[in-house]
Design a protein around this ligand. Structure first.
Ligand code: HEC
Length: 147
């Protein structure tokens, strides 16, 4: 009997220690990456490179179709104005927000703050990662007043 108890104690301690090693979570339950770059499918830093105006133009069309009903570049409507978002937030955060707004609003401190400020909530537009990247390029161009 005592042997079994010992086995369980040792097993429990092994699980406990390995869990401690893996996670870098804080009190808010977010990993260091999520806190800095948002929660979603983008889990590594992106290699962004120089502004690609061709991609930005494609992103503009996607933005006009899926986002403009709630967002304008220079004025707040249903959602926040978008002119400076690429200066204010990390590129990975913007993509994670586009691809996974609900979870960011519920769990990320920036999303929680936005949620308090806006009456209507953003929903996922179901964009592919590739299209979200194009919209990000459009927002980068907008932040540099190139578009
Ligand atoms: C139904 C209205 C609606 C649509 C459509 C919508 N959004 Fe939003 N968006 C919001 C609102 C409201 C917020 C504020 C927080 C929230 O509700 O999640 C927001 C927040 C954001 C943020 C975070 C802003 C910040 O300060 O960090 C980004 C980025 C964003 N939206 C981009 C987009 C893009 C790009 C699209 C199109 C693919 C889009 N949104 C479509 C309403 C919308």
């Amino acid at each position: 009997m005592q042997k079994i108890v010992w086995c369980f104690t040792i097993l429990f301690m092994m699980v406990w220690f390995s869990a401690c090693g893996e996670q870098e979570e804080g009190a808010d339950g977010l990993s260091e990456f999520e806190r800095n770059y948002g929660i979603g499918p983008i889990t590594e830093r992106l290699d962004i490179g120089d502004l690609d105006m061709e991609m930005a133009q494609e992103g503009k069309r996607i933005f006009e179709t899926f986002c403009q009903a709630c967002h304008q570049l220079d004025s707040r409507i249903t959602g926040p104005r978008m002119r400076n978002v690429a200066n204010e937030r990390e590129p990975e955060f913007i993509m994670n927000y586009i691809l996974n707004p609900t979870e960011n609003r519920e769990k990320h401190p920036i999303g929680q703050e936005l949620d308090e400020e806006y009456a209507i909530q953003m929903v996922s537009m179901g964009l592919s990662q590739e299209d979200a990247r194009k919209v990000l390029e459009f927002l980068r161009a907008a932040a540099e007043n190139e578009i």
